[in-house]
Every structure is written in structure tokens, then in C-alpha cells.
Write a protein that binds this ligand. Structure first.
Ligand SMILES: C=CC1=C(C)c2cc3[nH]c(cc4nc(cc5[nH]c(cc1n2)c(C)c5CCC(=O)O)C(CCC(=O)O)=C4C)c(C)c3C=C
Ligand SMILES: [Fe+2]
Length: 423
């Protein structure tokens, strides 16, 4: 039976509908004008005064991608994808479609131009209808495997996009590791972040498939209106020692690639390390407060370094007690991660809780550790080498997943994600 489409003014066969809806291909719900044809606002968002909507919007376009220096939103939905195509043209098309969709998703607009046709599947899945953008950011990157033989891009792989070495104690599982592409979706609403990943995966059908995903959370802004440093699942403030993201010179030194760092296509981009770290919270919960504080080298209540008063006091690793013993244990997590203080990274991690381990009855909960740095080897690897060998925290954690990605420079208005690499 043919169905009439009042917008297109012609009868549609089931075959036409499948073609339009992109089942098994890239033509997802594009209609004539593609995803960017018309972007309807998400219902109620249209009634929200412009200034209010803006407050909740993080610009998608800019010289650097959003979601890196952006103050952490409440929720994360991280997705790693594998490409199923071997054609570079398909990859380019995907990034074009993702660009248009991402601009809509981060501004609170519905995706696509077929959302009111009773005879077609809507181009937006709808669960974010009526919601504000919730400070949604989408950050895109490519993994080392993107540069294997499939697309003729091997010569464009940055030397700095190094495969990570095996670290002592790693128990990595392929189901939480690797990926050709990644999308880090962050938002103050989990449904908004989920909606973004779901729709990007839907658009990718026929070109890329999800490889692994991980939801993350932290205390919400509502529960902590003062915006204090969030606590991880071990109860400690996590993020205190991060560099100041408002210090542009510092960010240039620690996070952003610039000319001379490697291929020009990464100028303004950064490298992301992702580690899924399961915490042995049941063991942690049986350890004394003293042990817990010695493990981090910080007080649990204030977050201050042991021997200091305030959270943001300097970590003085030279200070000793009357017997000459260092006040901050040298094998504590903070001491080892800090080292001599010359190597830094920007951490943007989220806690996760993924049900329970049916074999042990223990919670599968921990930290999706995410860091951004200019150089994976000099920054992430050098710190993780130290931690993996001596960190007191190792007793309470195990790294179960791992991935690295080169995050593209920012997207210019009218431009495309990854255009510096793919043209
Ligand atoms: C390789 C890098 C790091 C991994 C992996 C890592 C895992 C990890 N960290 C915590 C909790 C805390 N980390 C803290 C400080 C801290 N951690 C790293 C690096 C890694 N952490 C750095 C570079 C620093 C800063 C050191 C400094 O210069 O001061 C802290 C202390 C508070 C803070 O500064 O944020 C906590 C708490 C967990 C739970 C974890 C794995 C599950
Ligand atoms: Fe840490």
C-alpha cells in the first residue's frame, strides 16, 4: 500500500520509506535537504525566553571543541564507535551528517526535517523534545585504528597518538577498550546526553557501529549549588589539583596542540586518554579513615593535602615530621601523580555505576577517568607508569578499559568535524 506524504506531495512505497529512513544506510531520515534542512526547536524550548535558553547552551562552534575546558556537566554518555565502511567518502559523509546533527543537539533543536509527518518515522527520536540543551557538549575524536590501512590515512597519524603500553596491574577487556571514533556527550541531563549518542549512532548506521559506551555521573549542580569540587565514589574530592582552565597560557602548554607539535591538522586539538577504572569499593569501605587519607595523601573532609589546612593549599612533598618522615606519604596517589609538579594534565572524569558483578555480588562501580593533554606519552603515560608501579590506591582499583583519541580542533561555523584531517 502506498502512503501519501503531504510534504513531498507524492506516494511513498515501503521501499521509499526505508530508503528515506536510512535503514541499513546513511540516508537516515534526511528528506531532501539532509539533516540540516530545517531544525525545529524542541517544543517547549521555543517558549523559553531566549536569554534563558542561551544560558543553558554551550557553543558548538569555536577554535577548540567544547567539552574539554567546559566546566563539567552533571552527566556523561561516552561512546566509542568502529567504522564498518572501508570508503573514505562514507567517513567524510558521516562527519558532515554528525556536524549538522551535533549543532542541533547542542542547541536544543530537533534533528532533521521530518518530525511531523504521520507517514514517516520522525527524524528525531523525540526523547529530548521540550528539554533545554542542558549545557550539552559533544566532543569528537579518532583513535589510532582510524589510521590503519582502510582509508589511506596512515601517513596522517600523529606520532603523539601512541598506543598505550601495558601498565602493571592492567586487566583490560576488549569490550571497554579502543575504537575508531569517539563521541563524549556531556550534559546536565542524562536523557539529553543519551539522546545525543542514540541519534548519532542512528545516523551512523551503515557506516559505523557502537563499540562500547559508558554512562557517567557526578553530584548534580542542584545538590551542590556552591559548585564545590565533586567527590568520587571513594568519598574524596576529585579534581582539586587540576590546572586552571581559565588560564589560556597554561592550557596552551598543557592541553592544546599547536604548530610544531605534530601534523598541522591537530593544531587546536588535544589527545584524550580514557581509562575505565573499577573501584573495589567493598574493600575500601572496610579500611580506616587513616588508611584512606594516607592512600590519597589528602584529608577526606576538606580535600587539603595531609599536613595542610585548605583544599587548594600547595602539596608540599618536602615537608617532614619531627622524625624526618614525609608528611604526605610518597606512595600516596597525590604524591605520585604530582611527581615533581612539572608534568600536568587536565582531568575530566566521571563516576560510573554499571549494575553488579553477578559472580561476586559486588557493585561494578568506579571512575571513567578522562584526561586531555598535548602529549599522551609525556603526560598520561609518564604519570600512569609511576602510579601503576607504586600507587597505594592500586589495592582498591583495577583498570578494565582503555582507549586514546586525537580530538579534533574546534569546528568553524559552516565547517565540518575533522575537516582539517579529511578536507
Ligand atoms: C594517569 C593519570 C591518573 C589516573 C589513572 C588517576 C586515577 C584516579 N584518580 C583518583 C582520584 C584522585 N586523583 C587525584 C589527583 C590526581 N590524579 C592524577 C592522575 C591520575 N589519576 C593527577 C595528575 C592528580 C593531581 C596531582 C597533583 O598534581 O596534585 C586526587 C586528589 C585530588 C585532586 O587533585 O584531584 C584524587 C582524589 C581515582 C579515584 C582514580 C581511579 C579510579
Ligand atoms: Fe587521580
Amino acid at each position: 500500500m502506498k502512503k501519501s506524504d503531504p510534504l513531498l506531495g507524492k506516494k511513498l512505497s515501503r521501499r521509499d520509506m526505508l530508503r528515506l529512513t536510512g535503514v541499513g544506510g546513511l540516508g537516515l531520515l534526511l528528506g531532501g535537504g539532509g539533516i540540516g534542512g530545517i531544525m525545529a526547536t524542541r517544543g517547549a524550548a521555543a517558549q523559553v525566553p531566549a536569554a534563558e535558553v542561551k544560558e543553558d547552551t554551550i557553543p558548538f562552534y569555536g577554535s577548540h571543541q567544547a567539552g574539554i575546558l567546559t566546566p563539567s556537566q552533571n552527566f556523561l554518555y561516552f561512546a566509542s564507535f568502529d567504522l564498518t565502511t572501508t570508503k573514505l567518502a562514507d567517513v567524510k559523509k558521516l562527519l558532515e551528517l554528525w556536524t549538522t546533527a551535533a549543532a542541533a543537539l547542542t542547541s536544543g533543536s530537533l534533528i532533521g526535517n521530518i518530525n511531523d509527518n504521520p507517514h514517516l518515522p520522525p527524524s528525531d527520536t523525540g526523547e529530548a523534545a521540550g528539554l533545554t540543551p542542558a549545557r550539552c557538549t559533544l566532543t569528537f575524536g579518532v583513535g589510532p585504528s582510524f589510521f590503519d590501512g582502510r582509508f589511506g590515512l596512515a601517513s596522517k597519524r600523529p606520532a603523539k597518538l601512541a598506543d598505550l603500553p601495558a601498565f602493571k596491574g592492567d586487566d583490560l577487556e576488549p569490550k571497554w577498550s579502543g575504537g575508531d571514533l569517539c563521541v563524549q556527550a556531556c550534559a546536565d541531563d542524562l536523557q539529553v546526553a543519551f539522546h545525543a549518542i542514540r541519534n548519532l549512532a542512528r545516523i551512523a548506521r551503515g557506516t559505523a557501529v557502537l563499540r562500547w559506551t559508558q554512562e557517567g555521573f557526578q553530584r548534580t549542580g542542584g545538590a551542590d549549588p556552591m559548585g564545590t569540587t565533586p567527590r568520587n565514589l571513594l568519598g574524596f574530592k576529585d579534581g582539586t589539583g587540576n590546572p586552571d582552565v581559565t588560564n589560556a597560557a597554561e592550557m596552551q602548554k598543557i592541553v592544546w596542540n599547536s604548530s610544531g607539535d605534530g601534523p598541522a591538522w591537530m593544531n587546536g586539538g588535544t589527545y584524550m586518554a580514557v581509562r575505565r577504572v573499577r573501584l573495589r569499593i567493598e574493600i575500601w569501605d572496610r579500611s580506616t579513615l587513616n588508611d584512606q587519607e594516607s592512600t590519597f595523601g589528602r584529608y577526606r573532609h576538606s580535600g587539603a593535602p595531609i599536613g595542610a589546612k585548605d583544599e587548594f593549599d600547595d602539596l608540599n612533598l618536602k615537608a617532614t615530621d619531627h622524625s624526618g618522615k614525609p608528611i604526605v606519604p610518597p606512595d600516596s596517589h597525590s604524591a605520585l601523580a604530582h611527581g615533581d609538579g612539572t608534568v600536568k594534565m587536565l582531568r575530566r572524569s566521571y563516576s560510573y555505576s554499571s549494575g553488579m558483578d553477578l559472580t561476586t555480588g559486588q557493585l561494578d562501580a568506579g571512575l571513567l577517568f578522562i584526561s586531555f593533554q598535548r602529549d599522551l606519552v609525556k603526560q598520561f603515560v609518564s604519570i600512569q607508569e609511576r602510579l601503576s608501579k607504586n600507587d597505594r590506591l592500586n589495592e582498591y582499583m583495577v583498570h578494565t578499559g582503555s582507549a586514546v583519541f586525537a580530538c579534533f580542533p574546534g569546528i568553524r561555523e559552516g565547517g565540518t568535524i575533522g575537516e582539517s584531517l579529511l578536507g
